[in-house]
Design a protein around this ligand. Structure first.
Ligand code: ATP
Length: 605
């Protein structure tokens, strides 16, 4: 019998991947792991731990950091008011007690576990880990979950437990994209995953990377990764991008993106993350059964709440509450309402290869709308048909950039989220954000809006801040390919005010392990940063690499200024930090191209 893969092997892989640069090296570590340690029958047990956010086999753990903290405290037998227990509960906060790991739950936990678990591997295999995680997902009480944590702690060391926690939180911060992992696994893995959202199936079908897999079509009952919209700055940019195309502009509804899969009376509601939202059954399934005129289909659209007293869609955020009210049979003047804006499958055929125009026609044939419950979004009918006179339409054909502009203006006045602009001749493609659909939101062109920028360097303060980083050099992303992670960051401005002392200290402490001085004679900055030679700009320390860094939301009281000091063409005159975006990964930093367009549009140029 071949030996089972130990968690310690996987942990070494994670550590290697996290440390290795560039991406090709990370990929080769992963390939070596597959070839050396895995039999094809192990692929799924390993892949579900490497890509935990894509695993839908064991359901959710229901464990956010706050609950996880309590489970760990109890599993370790800590008193709830001990210093370590408080550190776990207050993992986000900075200050004297939390240390440089503040804001990263797994690191705070590892620090505490280190003193109790030691360094010798606990010998857990990945098979055993998966079994324990299955039990954790199906455990109903906190006591049961705590007992499983106690077992996990018993069978791991602190380093292993840190990764187990990251697996549970479904974010490994490996600095490698899911795309690269799939590509390294098998050339057809990403495509197959996109149309099935089924990691187990991908691992079982694609065991040999030299054996190509026949392109698979979408199926009723298997979530498909949604077609996405590319962000544009203004109507002119949208019009330019879709130059010469037949274009429809639609209201961007602010609800939950849901795919409805109907197979007779078996109906599923898949979210963007391919979770099956069964809570929508009660409010919706009868209507779907009665008002969808085919037995099998997949609809794409947005789940919203309709307020029948106000005769309008309710603001974002009440879907869950209304779904629960429907389940409990409570009467309400608000109800779930599904707006179908696309159709992907009818009868026994996928229709994603047909044009949007054709799909709109099919949608009209297949769905019988029911006001405030089930609506369709098509340019010459559906939701538009019963709008009160004088009200803006929800979807219309645009013949010129002026039409897009007018529609956008109306949407802003209506306080809707924005608009989506679509090429009527385009196919629907899973996970594509290449620009068949464009989105335009008012936030992006409002001058003085928050800008999410990445810290790339730090400046030491003086006085009571002497010896500590008190200001940051922030950068914008250079993102030549909107679907890929940015490769470079371009210096943008220097910012230090806006946060409380404590918050500022937390950010500085958290980044401290990654500060690197690049002093004479090695005056070079890390290669992923682009700066000018201006001395004012040179920070005292650089962040070792962008993945380690933090996003700040900054605002500016007055207009942007043309910059000679920083590498970005514009900078901000009086920037302030509005808040720290621990929730935003580094690669979601604003990009320089978008920022320049924003400046042009707010200057009216
Ligand atoms: P955002 O936070 O802007 O919604 P996102 O990353 O969730 O972005 P995108 O594909 O970038 O998703 O933007 C399109 C989203 O807008 C869809 O996922 C969907 O939830 C929502 N939406 C609302 N109305 C429409 C519409 N008419 N057509 C397409 N998408 C729409």
């Amino acid at each position: 019998m071949t030996e089972e893969i130990k968690l310690s092997v996987l942990v070494s892989l994670f550590t290697w991947i996290q440390r290795s640069r560039p991406s090709a090296k990370k990929r080769s570590k992963f390939r070596k792991f597959l070839d050396t340690f895995c039999k094809p029958s192990d692929y799924f047990s390993a892949m579900r731990l490497i890509l935990p956010s894509l695993d839908r086999e064991r359901g959710t753990y229901g464990l956010k950091e706050s609950v996880l903290a309590i489970c760990l405290i109890d599993a370790l037998g800590l008193s709830r008011d001990s210093a370590d227990a408080l550190r776990l509960v207050n993992w986000r906060k900075g200050g004297a007690n939390t240390g440089a790991n503040a804001g990263n739950f797994a690191l705070v936990a590892a620090e505490i576990l280190q003193r109790r678990q030691g360094t010798v591997s606990g010998g857990l295999t990945i098979k055993e880990l998966n079994e324990l995680l299955d039990r954790l997902a199906s455990a109903e009480s906190r006591a049961e979950k705590t007992a499983i944590f106690a077992t996990l702690i018993n069978k791991t060391n602190a380093q292993e437990m840190k990764w187990v926690i990251m697996i549970i939180l479904k974010d490994l911060k490996l600095g490698i994209t899911e795309k690269s992992i799939f590509q390294e696994f098998h050339p057809d893995a990403e495509d197959l995953f996109n149309v099935t959202c089924d990691l187990k199936l991908v691992c079982e079908k694609l065991r040999d990377p030299t054996q190509r897999h026949k392109r698979q079509d979408i199926e009723v009952g298997k979530a498909v990764r949604p077609q996405l919209a590319l962000r544009v700055r203004d109507p002119a940019a949208a019009w330019k991008k879709l130059h010469g195309k037949e274009v429809v502009v639609e209201c961007k509804f602010d609800g939950d993106r849901i795919q409805i899969h109907k197979n007779g009376t078996d109906i599923h509601y898949y979210s963007r993350n391919f979770l099956d939202h069964s809570e929508y059954q009660h409010g919706m399934s009868n209507i779907i059964t009665q008002n969808i005129l085919v037995d099998r289909c997949i609809l794409d659209g947005e789940m919203l709440v309709w307020d029948s007293t106000l005769n309008q869609f309710a603001e974002f955020g009440s879907n869950q509450e209304i779904a629960k009210a429907a389940k409990d049979g409570l009467d309400s003047d608000r109800q779930l309402c599904y707006v179908a804006f696309d159709i992907l499958y009818v009868g026994d055929t996928s229709v994603i290869h047909q044009s949007l125009k054709e799909r709109h026609e099919i949608l009209q044939k297949v769905v019988k709308p029911l006001k405030g419950r089930l609506e369709i979004l098509v340019p010459n009918g559906g939701l538009n048909a019963n709008r009160p006179p004088g009200e803006p339409c929800w979807s219309c054909i645009a013949h010129s950039v002026n039409d897009v502009e007018r529609f956008f203006k109306e949407t802003i006045e209506n306080r809707d989220e924005g608009i989506v602009i679509k090429d009527l001749n385009s196919k629907w493609e899973p996970s594509d954000r290449s620009g068949k659909w464009l989105k335009l939101k008012p936030d992006y062109i409002r001058a003085g809006s928050d800008l999410d920028v990445l810290i790339i360097g730090g400046y030491y303060g003086s006085g009571r801040r002497g010896g500590e980083v008190a200001q940051f050099l922030v950068g914008l992303a250079d993102r030549p390919d909107p679907n890929a992670y940015p490769r470079r960051f371009i210096s943008f401005c220097r910012v230090g005010t806006g946060l409380t002392d404590d918050d500022l200290e937390t950010v500085a402490k958290k980044l401290k392990p990654y500060f690197r001085k690049y002093e004479y004679p090695k005056k070079m900055q890390p290669s992923f940063y682009q700066v000018t030679n201006h001395s004012k700009e040179r920070p005292d320390v650089w962040i070792e690499s962008p993945e380690k860094s933090i996003i700040l939301s900054i605002t500016s009281d007055i207009r942007t200024i043309r910059s000679e000091v920083f590498a970005a063409p514009y900078s901000l005159r009086f920037p302030r930090i509005d808040r720290v975006r621990y929730d935003k990964p580094w690669h979601e930093c604003l990009d320089v191209q978008s920022f320049v367009e924003l400046v042009h549009s707010s200057n009216g140029t």
